[in-house]
Design a protein around this ligand. Structure first.
Ligand code: CP
Length: 314
């Protein structure tokens, strides 16, 4: 039995505070394993995980794969371009055929919002959302919270500003739901064309002026500007976006003294963030990537219902 309220992780909206707390606390013990010479535990021996990535990924795909291997799970990678998807096989048939080979858990990334939920209706496996369309990217939200909590020792009461494409960013959504559940104060900032008309539903402070948004903030988490959206005319030009919303050293004077710079990657250096900021000692961008492995180990372990070594019953 999973110790979490759900046997799947589809998003952070509605996930209870005690479940987020349990994932973050569990990730702390796995984070310590990553600093050992031998980074391997037998926890998921005998469990097979399918990594079903219908969209490109560097960080999330490799991080999940390493997390699975470090927990001794068997892993299978699915690549649509070299599969029978090319012959027209549907998503449902694809996953049901792979599950017939005895799969226990599925990590899925897809360009369509709702695919992880859809899979819960046609498979018995535990489903973990690795990013679906514009909906959510829950393990990114969790690793962002884990990274913030490691630095400040808390989430409650911190002011976190999420900057960029609020309308289309699944990372922003997972950060909003997770951080608010954990008691942080969340502000959203971006061009009005990239803030959804119903953004009040998030219960966050909304800004279209970056300097006002950054005033007194502890953390600024900078979202990737999806340059493909420029064709849709949602912001006038890359240069104007950089002038109005790009995070440069000058802008950081408004933040609290002990501030933190975050970015989920991949970064457009010189567009939403300068290299000087990305590579500064206040940046935890690479820590986010390292911590992501520990968080994904925690999610895989908790959803599997397995016990850790030393916790086995009779
Ligand atoms: N942060 C993130 O999701 O990066 P990838 O697209 O490389 O997985």
């Amino acid at each position: 039995m999973s110790q979490l309220a759900s046997r799947h992780l589809l998003g952070l909206e509605g996930v209870p505070q005690q479940d987020i707390q349990l994932i973050l606390d569990t990730a702390e013990s796995f984070r310590e394993v990553l600093d050992r010479t031998i980074k391997k535990l037998p926890t998921l021996r005998g469990i097979t995980v399918l990594n079903l990535f219908y969209e490109p990924s560097t960080r999330t795909r490799i991080s999940f794969e390493l997390a699975e291997k470090r927990l001794s799970a068997d892993t299978v990678a699915f690549t649509p371009s070299t599969s029978s998807v090319k012959k027209g096989e549907s998503l449902r048939d694809t996953v049901q055929n792979i599950e017939a080979m005895k799969i226990d858990m599925v990590v899925v990334r897809h360009s369509s919002s709702g695919v992880p939920y859809y899979l819960t209706n046609c498979m018995d496996a535990n489903i973990i959302n690795a990013g679906d369309g514009t909906h959510e990217h829950p393990t990114q939200g969790l690793l962002d919270m884990f990274t913030i909590r490691r630095k400040y020792g808390k989430l409650k009461g911190l002011r976190v500003v999420l900057v960029g494409d609020v309308k289309h960013s699944r990372v922003t959504r997972s950060n909003i739901w997770g951080l608010k559940t954990m008691g942080a104060s969340v502000a959203l900032c971006g061009p009005s064309t990239l803030i959804p008309y119903d953004a009040e539903k998030f219960g966050c402070d909304l800004y279209t002026n970056i300097d006002e948004a950054l005033e007194g903030a502890d953390v600024v988490n900078i979202m990737r500007i999806q340059l493909e959206r420029q064709q849709a005319g949602l912001f006038p030009s890359q240069r104007e976006y950089t002038n109005l919303f790009g995070i440069s050293k000058e802008r950081l004077k408004r933040l609290n003294k002990n501030y933190t710079i975050m970015h989920p990657g991949p970064m457009n250096r010189g567009v939403e963030i300068t290299s000087e900021v990305a590579d500064s000692d206040k940046s935890v961008i690479l820590d986010q990537v390292t911590n992501g492995q520990a968080v994904r180990m925690a999610v895989l372990y908790l959803l599997s219902g397995r016990k850790k070594e030393g916790e086995e019953g009779e």
